[in-house]
Design a protein around this ligand. Structure first.
Ligand code: NDP
Ligand code: PYR
Ligand code: MG
Length: 560
């Protein structure tokens, strides 16, 4: 007799359509009347229904009892696929606990260890090997329902961890969990996608448990045709108003794809544009701090890293500087870049087209300081702000921070690389080596720092403050495209939400507890800008923040 046959009875009850549906399942929270009406009365224990509040408290206690962040990640991702109400109620009422698990830094570890994780698969892997030429029919078969927002990655630059191939799925999944948790976009409308176009890191690709295509990345025309087929298929299957967020593409493609699609497709690149808005917002908020020059026109910026994030931030800073009265050329001169080959200046070898607009006619002292390291450059250029988007931990060495503090009463030191292990410096280092004068922000969260009897609150300069509200605003307004002025509007609004208490504690971002309100506000600013530009397809001329807030998905509303 064969050990299993297709007709063998299962030892588990047959899946119940309510309990098996994460959107409907309430676990132990079904009220008595609902248990009978839904036919689940014998399928859940007969004890009294638990409240959502009680279940959230139990979940937090369980998370606290698990020994490692990655086990907490697994616990949360299993919950997200079995009981959405509990998952999102827990996230929306406990951002400080939950976000570092489903997002940076733990999401980085989840990508690195993805094949060994015990979680249900989530999202679509579209592989060039299997799906090229039939992406449209694959989408129709695999996700035959509405999708309002898609986060897509080819996983070539996962955080600061490099090319992780198809293992990078936790990034689009995590971003979309934040779309719901922070931006109130209904979870059923969110589609994570990985474009599995190969992997160039042998150690990832050749690992016995690698989940993706075991081949080098496709490039050139084949790559472009595959991305193009995907973009076209999305519009055909989900409509032109489906928002596509590009995430964690390598820098050979990120800016290029953005330029190719941004005028015709409802899309944006989060690493370029979302990061730009959060970076600018941090600078704008800092202008209201004691001992920081109050006009952005009095600032200059030294970037370590000239990729998607750095160039994105600088392009938006240029818009803000021009608004403050500078010419385009003068605004660009306020931004200096150092990449993996050193200072970016005109005439240097291998300055890519995206960097060229920021390539200075460098004065000799700057060029020679560059060879002496970052501290030497700070000494010569005297920037008011140092922005790290380089993936190089420790690169804001003590002497670099000390030099920033020598030239500024309150230097802006933003170490934005993710995850924590890639941060250019820690919060403590920034405060310690600047005698507590640095205005510090980081991409991944750092705890408060106690130093010389003072408490410093580091800001989390992460695009998670922006993309959920930006996306929400695009969906609410039905914006056809996402122009840079929307990012400027988002940055202005985010900066305006930083209260004096936060600024006094040294933090240039609002309290993350208010992320739902922040997103409603950003969405409102985006709607206003869409109307101003005439790119809205919905009538949102008079929409209010309150109206947007009320429409946001919030499972615990009124019950938490
Ligand atoms: N906080 C946030 O919200 C965000 C943070 N990030 C983080 O920023 C980092 C960079 O992302 P992104 O810009 O997209 O990545 P890219 O790969 O596009 O760019 C990385 C840049 O760092 C430069 N670089 C590498 N090594 C060095 C070095 N030793 N010294 C100076 N520069 C160096 C590269 O130089 P070269 O050009 O010569 O190769 C490149 O310009 C990542 O860690 C990412 O997680 C990104 C987006 C959002
Ligand atoms: C935050 C983010 O998008 C990144 O680090 O890539
Ligand atoms: Mg990213």
């Amino acid at each position: 007799m064969s050990p299993t046959t297709t007709s063998a009875p299962s030892t588990a009850p047959p899946p119940h359509p309510v309990l098996a549906n994460a959107a409907l399942n309430r676990g132990r929270r079904f009220a008595d009347a609902d248990r009978a009406a839904l036919g689940v009365d014998a399928l859940v224990p007969s004890g009294p229904a638990r409240s959502l509040r009680e279940e959230v408290a139990r979940l937090l206690a369980k998370l606290a009892s698990l020994p490692t962040p990655i086990l907490r990640y697994e616990c949360l991702l299993r919950l997200a696929s079995s009981d959405e109400e509990l998952f999102f109620a827990a996230a929306q009422t406990n951002f400080a606990h939950v976000l570092p698990l489903i997002y940076t830094p733990t999401v980085g570890e989840a990508c690195v260890t993805y094949p060994s994780l015990d979680i249900p698969p989530r999202g679509l892997w579209l592989s060039h090997a299997n799906h090229a030429g039939r992406i449209e029919q694959t989408l129709r078969a695999a996700w035959p329902r509405k999708a309002s927002v898609i986060v897509v990655s080819d996983c070539q630059r996962i955080l600061g961890l490099g090319d992780l191939g198809a293992n990078g799925m936790p990034i689009p999944v995590g971003k979309l969990l934040l779309y719901t948790a922070c931006g109130g976009v209904p979870p059923a409308d969110c589609l994570p996608v990985v474009l599995d176009v190969g992997c160039d890191v042998d150690a990832v690709r050749d690992a016995p448990d690698y989940i993706g295509t075991r081949a080098p990345r496709i490039t050139g025309e084949a790559y472009d045709a595959f991305v193009d087929e995907f973009i076209t298929a999305v519009a055909r299957v989900y409509g032109q108003s489906c928002l596509v967020q590009f995430e964690d593409f390598g820098n050979a493609n990120a800016m290029r794809l953005l330029r190719k699609y941004r005028d015709d497709v409802c899309c944006f690149n989060d690493d370029v544009q979302g990061t730009a808005a959060v970076g600018l917002a941090g600078v704008l908020a800092a202008l209201r701090m004691h001992d920081v020059p109050t006009s952005i026109a009095d600032h200059s910026f030294l970037f370590l890293g000239a990729g998607s994030a750095g160039l994105g931030i600088a392009e938006l800073l240029v818009l803000a500087l021009r608004r403050a009265g500078l010419s385009e050329a003068d605004a660009r001169k306020r931004c200096w870049f150092v990449d993996s080959r050193g200072l970016v200046y005109a005439g240097r070898e291998r300055v890519s087209g995206d960097k060229l607009p920021f390539a200075h006619d460098a004065f000799p002292a700057a060029v020679s300081a560059a060879t002496g390291g970052l501290a030497g450059l700070v000494d010569v250029l005297k920037p008011t702000a140092l922005i790290g988007v380089s993936t190089q931990p420790g690169s804001f060495a003590p002497e670099v921070i000390a030099k920033m503090a020598e030239h500024n009463k309150r230097p802006l030191v933003f170490a934005l690389s993710n995850p924590t292990s890639k941060s250019e410096c820690t919060a403590e280092e920034a405060y310690k080596h600047s005698d507590g004068r640095a205005v510090f922000a980081s991409g991944s969260p750092f705890a408060r720092v106690e130093l010389n009897g003072r408490t410093f609150v580091p800001g989390q300069g992460n695009n998670s403050y922006v993309f959920p509200g930006l996306g929400l605003g695009v969906l609410v307004s039905g914006a056809r495209v996402v122009p840079d002025s929307m990012l400027l509007a988002a940055a202005d609004r985010l900066a305006s939400l930083v209260d004096q208490g936060q600024l006094d504690a040294g933090c240039v971002y609002p309290d993350p507890k208010t992320l739902m309100d922040i997103s409603a506000n950003i969405a409102h600013a985006v709607c206003d800008e869409a109307v101003k530009l005439g790119v809205n397809t919905k009538d949102v001329a008079d929409v209010t923040v309150q109206q947007i807030r009320e429409r946001m998905y919030e499972p615990g509303r009124g019950r938490m």
